[in-house]
Design a binder for this molecule. Sequence first.
Ligand code: FNR
Length: 219
Amino acid sequence: MPTDSHPGPLRVLVFGAALRADSTNARLASLVARLIADTGATVDHATMHDFDMPLYDGDVEAAQGLPGGALALRDRIERSDAFVISSPEYNGSVPGLLKNAIDWVSRVRPQPFRTKHALLVSASPSLFGGNRGLWALRVPLEHLGTRVYPDMFSLARAYQAFTGDGRLVDSDLQQRLTETVRAFLTLVGADVRYVCLERRWYEFLGDRTEAPVTQRAEG
Ligand code: FNR
């Protein structure tokens, strides 16, 4: 039984979490955006340049409120059912740029992460594809109540991994990414239509969490 007034195509925000022009994570984000669009979902394709903001400073927040870039990210998350981040790994963890953006947006009330699903992907020239960074990225997102999809996708040797038209050279990997994206959207679609993943409790102290009983999709 539908539980809200959003029966339309899924809305998914996709962005790469690096600023440089030739970012492999921007390229991976573009590929994921294309795969999502192929399913009929609506893609909001962003870059970190859309979310320019200073380093978090509580005094700045008290005096001026949230910077425009943080509010823009909040708005675009809020308008989506789910978001996909393609993030580099910096020193085995989350790039400061991305963590700073999450920290600013977490100051909005109600913070928008708590009702969203997320798929995490990464690209790196290393053999591990930046996968450790994604495990680190799960922590703040899950702390904020985001439903982070269990499967992740990490693209190793990313500088050699793309074809001229933006697909993956390795057709098996292309297939795996396609299947991961589709499985993620199936879960998001089920939750949007049937609200099967409501949260009863998560740790973030900034939200009241007396939510209804969690219903997990089973069977
Ligand atoms: C890196 N890089 C990197 N790569 C990796 O796989 N594990 C790591 O821990 C790090 N650490 C790291 C720290 C810093 C400060 C920089 C600048 C870079 C390399 C990184 O994966 C590489 O620069 C990618 O190309 C970054 O992604 P984009 O910019 O191509 O999207």
